[in-house]
Design a protein around this ligand. Sequence first.
Ligand code: ADP
Ligand code: MG
Length: 239
Amino acid sequence: MKIIELKHVKKVYDDGFVALNDINLEIESGKFYSLLGPSGSGKSTILRIIAGFSRPTEGEVYFDGKDITDLDPAKRQINTVFQNYALFPHLNVFENVAFGLKIKKMPLNEIKPLVKEALHTVRLDGYANREISELSGGQQQRVAIARAIVNKPKVLLLDESLSALDKRLRKEMQFELRAIQEKLGITFIFVTHDQEEALSMSDEIFVLNDGKIEQNGTPVDIYDEPINNFVARFIGDSN
Ligand code: ADP
Ligand code: MG
């Protein structure tokens, strides 16, 4: 079932820069997608448009068949995990995960079981009272994911969320993220400039370059498709 669709999306920033040009993509529910492309290719811009933080200059965004192009981000069932996690270091794990629910004035007796379930999903049972500063990088990453899934979104957007981790932890979190996605059965759209990461994690990949989708398919399709000199282009893009 199709959950998100972008039709003819164009983004021109205020300075006249065309960051996206005629982006068309279809996202099905329950799958793991990657948006793969070099730095500056427009990956974060696509995520911001899907999340509603940025409006397309032209084109439409659909969710479950409804046009949500002008819908408030808080009213979309779409959450985002950013690269720097943006956790509150002076609040404990529970308060960090519960933050958005408290802002919405949900009663504590409803918040508690949701936080417990989210912490269980990311394998942080028993960590509710820990300080953020006591946690390892990987554990902090998992708190950020718990916070993003606690209100049961239908789609989770992850913007280079593993890039800050060291290599070993990054491998571990790739496996972990995929396991969380399968456990929740929701759609993940994962942004990365690391082709190996995209190839190993995804059901489907969109390859972005200069604000256009150049390739789209399964990891096998992408790997087997030599015409765009895919591998060569990404070697050397360390950003
Ligand atoms: P990526 O996430 O793939 O690195 P972005 O979507 O962040 O790419 O940016 C795509 C292009 O748009 C880049 O060239 C970037 O400099 C430009 N850009 C991003 N945000 C703005 C903005 N607010 N104003 C002008 N240009 C921007
Ligand atoms: Mg980006």
